[in-house]
Design a protein around this ligand. Structure first.
Ligand code: DSN
Length: 425
C-alpha cells in the first residue's frame, strides 16, 4: 500500500466498512491525483480545510431562502455561515452584493439570463471555438437555444480579441447583455474596453471570471470591478474552493439575481459547499494566496517558453494567464491522440478546439494545459522546464509505450517531492 493510500485509509474508514467498492475507487483517484501532473486548467487541489468543510453535517440541512429570511426553522448556524461567506466574497472582490448559492458556474450564468432577459433576447458572448463558454450563447446550450446568440470571435490572424470588431458587432446588433470571459483564451481581458463597448451599445456587461477568479483576487489579472455590473465565477478553479458558484453584482441587479437563483432556478443551497466556500475565501484573502496567483502566471509563462523552445505552436504565441492552448497538429498529432499519449506519461491535459478549428470538437486540433494545480503543489519555473522537455519527448514518441511508461515513472518521482494539498484527509 502506498503512503497516500495508507493515509487515505483512516479518513475513509466509514466508507471502507459500508461500501468497499466505492472506497477503493476513491482511494485510487486520490493516488492518481497524487501521482500525475494535472494540467487541466480548470482543475485544482482544494485544501484540507476546504475538503473537511464539504464533509460535514451541513449537508443534512435545508435552507431555502437567504440568511435570516428562510422558509424552514433551525437556521441559527447556517445563517451565520452563509453570511460570513457573503461578506468575505464582497470584501475579496470589492463588490456590494454577493450570492454564494449557485451550484456551479453554469447555474450562476443561468441566473443572469433569468434575472435580466426574456426568451429570445440577444446575448453577445465569445464563440465557443474562440475560447468562450457553453453558457455564453453556444447553440447546444440553453443559452443558444432560448436566447438569440450574437457571437464574437478572435481575430483569424492573431487569435487575439479584436475590440474594434466586437464594438462594431455590439453597435449593430444591440445585445441586451455582453459576456466577457472564457475557458480557453490565454490572454488578459481588457475590461475597460468591454465596458466602453457595453455602455455605447446600451448592454449590461457580465464578466464570467470562472477560470481566473483566483488570479483576480491575487492581483495577477485585472479585476472587472468598476467595469462589469455583474461578475460570475465558479469557486473550484484558480480560487481553490469546493465545486460551487458565486454571483457578485452592483446593488441595482441584486434583488433580481437573488430571486433568479432562488426560487427561480434552485431549491435549498448546499450548505456544506457554502461553508467550504467561506473557508476558501478566507484562504484566498491571505498574503500567501497573492504569491500563489502570481506564481501560477509565472509558471505558465515558463512552461510556454519551454514549449516554444521545443517548437510547439502556441495559440497567440504564448500566455499571459494560467493557460496555454497548443495547436498540436503541427507536431503531426490530433488533439485526442496527443492527450491520450500525455496521460499515459502521467501528464493530464484535455484536447480542445483551437480558433477556427477544421477538425471535429470530439477530436480537435488543440491541447489545453494550465498551471493552477501544479502550482498548488509548490512547483516553480525549474519544474516547468522539465515538464516542457517531457511533453516534447511524449509527442515525439506518442505511440512508444516504453517511453511513455518511463516518463510516467519520472513524473511520479517528481510528484513525490511536491505533495498535493488536501489528499488523504
Ligand atoms: N468545464 C470547464 C473547463 O474545463 O473550462 C468550464 O466550465
Amino acid at each position: 500500500m502506498s503512503k497516500v493510500q495508507a493515509e487515505a485509509q483512516s479518513h475513509l474508514d466509514a466508507i471502507a466498512s459500508i461500501d468497499p467498492e466505492i472506497c477503493n475507487l476513491i482511494r485510487q483517484e486520490e493516488q492518481r491525483q497524487a501521482d500525475v501532473l494535472r494540467l487541466i486548467p480548470s482543475e485544482n487541489y482544494a485544501s484540507r480545510a476546504v475538503m473537511q468543510a464539504t464533509g460535514t453535517v451541513l449537508t443534512n440541512k435545508y435552507s431555502e431562502g437567504y440568511p435570516y429570511k428562510r422558509y424552514y426553522e433551525g437556521q441559527q448556524y447556517i445563517d451565520q455561515i452563509e453570511q460570513i461567506a457573503i461578506e468575505r466574497a464582497k470584501a475579496l472582490f470589492g463588490m456590494p452584493h454577493a450570492n454564494v448559492q449557485p451550484y456551479s458556474g453554469s447555474p450562476a450564468n443561468q441566473a443572469v439570463y433569468l434575472a435580466l432577459l426574456k426568451p429570445g433576447a440577444k446575448v453577445m458572448g465569445m464563440a465557443l471555438p474562440s475560447g468562450g463558454h457553453l453558457t455564453h450563447g453556444a447553440k447546444v446550450s440553453f443559452s443558444g437555444k432560448i436566447y438569440t446568440p450574437v457571437p464574437y470571435t478572435v481575430s483569424p490572424d492573431s487569435h487575439l480579441l479584436d475590440y474594434g470588431e466586437i464594438r462594431q458587432i455590439a453597435l449593430s446588433e444591440k445585445p441586451e447583455i455582453i459576456f466577457c470571459g472564457h475557458s480557453a483564451y490565454p490572454r488578459i481581458l481588457d475590461f475597460a474596453k468591454f465596458a466602453e463597448i457595453a455602455n455605447e451599445a446600451g448592454a449590461v456587461l457580465v464578466a464570467d471570471i470562472a477560470h481566473f477568479s483566483g488570479l483576480v483576487v491575487s492581483g495577477a489579472h485585472p479585476s472587472p470591478k468598476g467595469y462589469a455590473q455583474i461578475i460570475t465565477t465558479t469557486t473550484h478553479k484558480t480560487l481553490r474552493g469546493p465545486r460551487g458558484g458565486m454571483i457578485l453584482c452592483e446593488e441595482q441587479h441584486a434583488a433580481a439575481l437573488d430571486k433568479a437563483v432562488f426560487p427561480g432556478l434552485q431549491g435549498g443551497p448546499h450548505n456544506h459547499t457554502t461553508a467550504a466556500i467561506a473557508v476558501a475565501l478566507k484562504e484566498a484573502a491571505a498574503p500567501e494566496f497573492r504569491m500563489y496567483g502570481h506564481q501560477i502566471v509565472k509558471n505558465a509563462a515558463a512552461l510556454a517558453e519551454g514549449l516554444l523552445h521545443h517548437g510547439f505552436s502556441l495559440i497567440t504565441g504564448g500566455t499571459e494567464n494560467h493557460l496555454i492552448l497548443i495547436d498540436i497538429t503541427s507536431k503531426g498529432l490530433g488533439g485526442r491522440e496527443a492527450a491520450k499519449s500525455l496521460a499515459a506519461a502521467g501528464i493530464v491535459a484535455n484536447c480542445n478546439a483551437i480558433p477556427f478549428d477544421t477538425r471535429k470538437p470530439f477530436d480537435p486540433s488543440g491541447i489545453r494545459i494550465g498551471t493552477p494545480a501544479i502550482t498548488s503543489r509548490g512547483m516553480k519555473e525549474a519544474e516547468m522546464k522539465k515538464l516542457a522537455d517531457w511533453m516534447a519527448e511524449v509527442v515525439a514518441h506518442a505511440h512508444d509505450d516504453k517511453v511513455l511508461t518511463r516518463i510516467a515513472g519520472e513524473v511520479r518521482d517528481l510528484c513525490e517531492q511536491f505533495p498535493a494539498p488536501g489528499i488523504g484527509i
